[in-house]
Structures are given as C-alpha cells and as structure tokens.
Design a protein around this ligand. Sequence first.
Ligand code: GLY
Length: 390
Amino acid sequence: MDRHLWTETVIDKIMEKYREVVKRNRNKIPYTAVNGRFDDLSDKNINWWTNGFYGGMLWQLFHLTGLGEYREAAEELEDKLDAVLMSYNGMDHDSGFRFLPTAVTDYKITGKAASKNRGLLAAANLAGRFNPKGNYIRAWNDENGNNAGWAIIDCMMNLPLLYWASEETGDERFYNIAVSHADTAMRYFIREDGSARHIVEFHPESGEFIQDFGGQGYAKGSSWTRGQAWALYGFSLSYLYTADRNYLDTARRAAAYFLSNIPESGFIPVDFCQPADCILEDTTAGAIASSGLLLLSQILSGRETILGIRKNPLQETGFAKEAGQLEDAAVKMLKALEEKRCSWETDTDELLEKGTAAFHDKLHEFPIIYGDYYFIEAILRLAVKEFFIW
Ligand code: GLY
C-alpha cells in the first residue's frame, strides 16, 4: 500500500479505537494495562515519570479531531499533576516528560496563564538540578545523596522544557543550562561508534567523570535500545532549538548506529547487545526511535520549516539520501508494530504490546503508555498532523 494511504488508514484506526478508550478511562493516569484495562497511578504514584504521556495522547487526539472530550480529559489530568509540583522529592529531571505533554501543550494550544505558570515552575525546578561542577543535570533523587553525580541519556528529552522556558521568558539561563548539559552528554554518553551509555556518574563536588553503568540495558558497555532512541531524538531536538551543528552530527551518528542494528523483522530488542538467544523486545524503543528518526529526516530533507512550526536551522543541502533512509527505517518499524504488535480492538485500552521497561526487571513485554504515545506521535508526524509537543 502507498505510504500516504497506509498512514491515513492507521490514523482512522487510531481515531476509532480512542473514541472508546477515552470514554472508559476518564480521570485515569495510566501506566500499563492488565487484561485490556488501564491501571491508574493518580493515587498510587502521582510522581511517576510517565504521568504526562496519556495527557499528551489526549492533546494529540484533540488537535486531530477537535473533540472537546479529549481536551477536558487532558485538562483534568494536568490538574492532578499539581501534586507533583508541590512535592520536592517527586520532582526529578523528568519534568520535561511530565509537563511538556500536559501544561506546556495546554498553554501552547489555549494560552491559559495557569498552564504557563505550571510549565515555568517545572522548568525552574529542572534548571535547579544543574550541577555547574561537571555541567550536568542531576537525574534522580536519593535522600542519602548516593546518586548526586548521576546523569542519564534520557534527560536529552527533558531539555526542550528549558528551551521553551527560555524563549517564553527571555531568560537565557534556561537555554545556557540546556546546552551545557547537552555538551556534557555529547562528550560522555555517545561512544565512538554512535552507541549511547545509559548512566554516567560524575563526582558531584569536582565534576570529574567517575564511571558509567548499563542502567536499564543489558550490561555496562552494551546498547540499551530505548536509550539509543532517546539519544537520536534528543540531540535532534537540541539541534532544532540551538542550530549547533555538533548536535545534528551527534544525532546522525546515534541514528546511524540504530539503523545498522535494526533486525530484519523490524522488532527492536531491549538491548542491541543482549545475548543472541534472548528474544526479549521493547516495542517502545521502536516507536520512540521512529518518531525521532522522522524528525531528523525532516531536518535533513532540507525543507524550510520543521513540522510546520519551526524554521529548519539546516541551510546546507545534500542530505536527501540520508533523510530518505531514516524515513524508510522509521516506516519499516512502524509497519511491523502496526501489523503485529498493536491491539486494534476497541475493547482493549492498550495499543502497543511487548514494551519492556528495563532488561533486568522481572516483568518484560507488557503494554507501557509511552509506547502508545510515541507510536501515535510518529504516525501523526508521518502525516504532518501532529501537535509538536517537544
Ligand atoms: N526515562 C526512563 C526510561 O526510558 O525508562
């Protein structure tokens, strides 16, 4: 089937499914689904880092359809996240994942002052996690201070909250912190071959590099696929906001590494270096990488504006072939997911099956909300119908 026609068919299926899903799940903040029904972290774990993604899906669906029920549900979810803003220990570096798809998107769409305020509070908290010794944003909290020196590759996706706050307020401290962290990540997280480390530890007082960890991947020195997806997507975003050519080239190297490891099937393992006899998958990595590759492909394609909203910083031409390869790889992964890993029934809440949060967790291959979010984002991106959240 022609690519355009296929994309439109998938969008129709998304709209048909979510009409029912959203009706059934008003007031929930889902993380996973069990027996076809979403769970709800509203009371169980309001601080969890994934609590913005369902809100982001609702805003994408509102943007696509104009139906008020999506907007109302997104606003309800955003209100609940005020509890996180009031929790010092609940706030960590994942403020971008929590507040860009919720408060900041609401503000961009409706202009609501309360939503802008939430976004700026979250950005100020994120900026406050910056350690000028070592120039990194501290990832997580630990009351004993054991991880004060830890930074993780995922944080590249949180930096757009700082770029947004800088543009919104004119206060360049947000921008400066974002690029300082991105420079550190470029230097310490991306290896020669373009693969990404998950966790790097710096000495929190001297800023010196201490060591790296395999984190949610298979082992130290391995290549956790979702981390690789965060890297190629996150550096593309930093390029979009800064026009720093080094970020573009880093995103291209991370993308080239990802492409050279995509299995024939199009299904992405949890770690590109997991043992050959291990068949564990992470569909979320495929969905995130696809969306990021489509963004990078748009940048390299030489078009004047990206996703209809930002001027393309890339003035050079000659990348059309690479842009095509990135788009083809994204479509290959999305088609594999759409055909074999999506639950298209309207009476199940989840969309993507077989997501894996971490290689060494006890539980593998289950629905995870960010897999659904990024799959929908990627499909809408392909059709140039998304609302750009990052
Ligand atoms: N940001 C954490 C993860 O990707 O699991």
